[in-house]
Design a binder for this molecule. Structure first.
Ligand code: ZN
Length: 150
């Protein structure tokens, strides 16, 4: 897909220099998602601090440039958030990407907005969203585990 302009350059920069690639040891939140149709793979780990906020983030993705860039950009948006805030961010991002968010661009952090170029390539929406699916699954499993502990 053609990726030019400012947003295209931001995406290619994340693809070539992915952030937060290092694995997080003993993560509190962890999930891995595979798209069996194209082989795209996304994995996320997060360690929470004593206040229950994300202190360390690891994201790894394999596949096309879009999923790798999306994973890298997502990883930069997670630090300092509580599990509930992560869920809310993922939901807002999904709505925004699919053009369904009431507030438009104001609903997602600036660092994610370059991903809107994918709207012109709807077949790639799954690529962008896979790391976010992993994030949501990881948070859900964490919340279930925590609820079970009480
Ligand atoms: Zn892909």
């Amino acid at each position: 897909m053609p990726l030019d302009g400012l947003y295209g350059r931001i995406i290619m920069d994340h693809y070539r220099h992915p952030r937060n690639r290092a694995l997080v040891a003993a993560p509190d939140i962890h999930a891995r998602e595979l798209n069996p149709f194209c082989g795209d793979l996304a994995e996320v780990q997060m360690k929470l601090d004593a206040a229950g906020r994300v202190a360390h983030v690891g994201v790894q993705a394999e596949g096309c440039s879009i999923i790798q860039a999306s994973a890298s950009m997502m990883g930069e948006a997670l630090a300092g958030k509580t599990p509930a805030e992560l869920e809310a961010l993922a939901a807002r991002f999904r709505d925004w990407l699919q053009g369904r968010s009431p507030e438009g661009a104001a609903d997602v952090p600036e660092g994610l907005q370059a991903l809107q170029v994918v709207r012109q390539h709807p077949v790639r929406l799954k690529c962008v969203l896979l790391p976010w699916v992993a994030l949501e699954e990881g948070v859900l499993a964490f919340l279930r585990r925590r609820a079970g502990e009480h």
